[in-house]
Design a protein around this ligand. Structure first.
Ligand SMILES: Nc1ncnc2c1ncn2[C@@H]1O[C@H](COP(=O)(O)OP(=O)(O)OP(=O)(O)O)[C@@H](O)[C@H]1O
Length: 523
């Protein structure tokens, strides 16, 4: 398949706001990707690349191509001859270049690739490399489009994607299958293969959380302490243990102490979900904030740095598989019974109650202990892999949002020479970001130093005062409320926004949406 076809579809998708029209355009592209008479293996590889590129994902790899390399492009070719396989092979080669002289070699390879692209294709490739095509909502439209093209329900595709942890392999399998429905059914939970974790919705207080789980219903709920650590999913097959983070990065090598605990558990086939934290001498888990500040100058993601420094303990709050039994679809009540059997002394503290006052008391106790809050859970709900399921509602005392840095202003006075005041945006599910305010508060000197380097790397424009950056860095912001504002395009502004920490465990596509902000504002 020609790159030109993917670029044209990408244009068609961004030209319309209609989800149905986007879906139809992508479904058509996928049908064409699988219809050629090439060998099945070629069609499968082509389909996977098309799925990734149309969603703006340049696989999981970094190309090592900086913004500067993309500024002075060679003259474009006149004919569209590049195939998606050519392009992917070129990116693979560029990414593999290392060591002395590699910058020059990368630049030469990039010039060759861009020189073979038409003007339109150059724009598309540059957007792909710069991460500008990445739109959070597109992942889910792609899943819908796979369903449409293969003639199977989108929900079944979504579930398979969660189980497989990736869209491309599911798309190629189902689109090339003689029996798509049967093929989809083969994507089940497999011990050893990470699934996307369940996420929580939020509520401002316990009473609202209880209501959200069914108003006027006197049924018991599970109230878990919300620990502020590193999300971990643990897979065990005999002595083989694998530990992955929220974004499914494998950290097994870095957490031998967790591997050891998991090996000591009574079941030898397990998939557990939980949080990893350092424990104080008093046996109480220490929140992330306390230790995160120390790693503000890190090169790598903060959690990676942290796991290298601290001895972590696992605190499990869910079980997806135990001893040959899949539990994803079982109600939480049943999963907890199993969890207590298989991970007894390593579970998160919880209270089962139908009484919101008792839950509020438990919440206050968790805060006194220094924890982040609670997660109120329906005891009847299944594990909603990869979704912000309706069965989990988090409650925190402090309002926070995960926003994306859009630009940063040069500091003055004591902050001369640093990039200081950051512009904050919420994600627009239809694409792009909506600015909600700025802040220069809450940053330590280490953070200023780190962010100056980081935003220099992400810079796309600089008017001498404001440096515009690629919208990739997620930052956790605390604030005192939201007010109406005519200054910003969303009509809302944050009051007293301050930085809590930079989050490298979340991509911009996972940042909070403008809709979530509107819901929190109550305006
Ligand atoms: N008992 C618990 N049950 C579920 N999640 C928990 C629990 N304790 C801590 N957590 C953490 O809370 C998160 C749930 O909130 P959410 O899905 O919104 O993720 P998040 O955006 O990372 O949230 P936050 O920034 O509030 O931690 C989980 O990802 C997990 O890391």
């Amino acid at each position: 398949m020609l790159l030109a076809e993917v670029a044209a579809t990408s244009d068609a998708v961004s030209a319309t706001r209609s989800r149905l029209a986007k879906r139809a355009a992508i479904a058509d592209l996928l049908r064409r990707a699988t219809a050629s008479d090439a060998a099945a293996a070629d069609r499968a590889a082509t389909t996977e690349i098309v799925v990734a590129y149309i969603a703006g994902a340049l696989r999981q790899r970094r190309t090592g191509l900086g913004w500067a390399a993309l500024r002075d492009l060679p003259p474009p070719a006149t004919d569209a001859t590049l195939t998606v396989r050519d392009v992917d092979a070129a990116f693979a080669e560029i990414a593999s270049l290392e060591g002395p002289g590699s910058a020059q070699a990368r630049s030469t390879a990039a010039t060759a690739l861009f020189g073979a692209a038409t003007e339109r294709e150059q724009v598309f490739l540059r957007g792909l490399v710069a991460g500008e095509l990445r739109q959070g909502a597109l992942d889910s439209v792609v899943v819908d489009a796979v369903g449409e093209a293969a003639g199977v329900p989108a929900d079944a595709v979504r579930r398979a994607v969660m189980m497989r942890g990736a869209t491309g392999p599911v798309a190629s399998a189902v689109l090339l299958a003689d029996d798509p429905a049967a093929t989809l059914a083969t994507f089940t939970l497999q011990v050893g293969r990470p699934v996307r974790p369940m996420l929580a919705q939020s509520a401002p207080d316990i009473a609202t959380a209880f209501e959200k789980l069914g108003s006027g219903d006197p049924a018991e709920r599970c109230v878990d302490v919300k620990l502020d650590g590193i999300r971990i999913q643990v897979h065990r097959l005999g002595d083989e243990v694998r530990v992955v983070t929220r974004s499914l990065d494998d950290i097994t090598e870095r957490v031998p102490e967790i591997v050891e605990v998991v090996r000591s558990l009574p079941s030898d086939r397990l998939v557990l979900d939980g949080e990893a934290l350092a424990v104080g001498p008093d046996g109480v888990p220490r929140p992330f904030q306390e230790t995160a500040a120390r790693s503000a100058t890190r090169e790598a993601a903060p959690e990676v740095e942290l796991v290298a420094q601290l001895r972590l303990s696992p605190f499990f709050f869910d079980v997806l598989h135990a001893g040959g039994r899949d539990l994803i679809d079982a109600p939480l009540r049943e999963r907890l019974a199993v969890l207590d059997e298989v991970a007894a002394s390593h579970t998160v503290r919880r209270l089962l109650t139908a009484d919101p006052d008792a839950a509020a008391e438990f919440f206050a106790g968790a805060l006194r202990e220094g924890q982040e809050g609670v997660v109120v859970k329906s005891l009847d709900a299944p594990y909603a892999a990869g979704r912000r399921g309706a069965g989990w509602i988090k409650v925190k005392p402090r309002q926070t949002l995960d926003l994306v840095v859009l630009a940063v202003e040069r500091g003055s006075g004591r902050r001369q020479g640093w990039l200081s005041n950051i512009h904050l945006g919420a994600r627009d599910p239809e694409g792009g970001f909506v600015m909600l305010g700025k802040t220069f508060k809450g940053m330590t000197d280490e953070m200023l130093e780190w962010q100056t380097a980081r935003f220099t790397e992400l810079a796309t424009d600089d008017d001498g005062w404001v440096v515009t950056v690629r919208p990739e860095q997620v930052v956790e912001i605390a604030f005192d409320g939201l007010q109406r504002s005519t200054r910003y395009p969303g009509g809302l502004a944050l009051r007293f926004a301050r930085v809590l920490r930079y989050r490298d465990d979340k991509s911009a596509a996972e940042a909070d949406t403008i809709e979530a902000v509107q819901a929190l504002s109550g305006l």
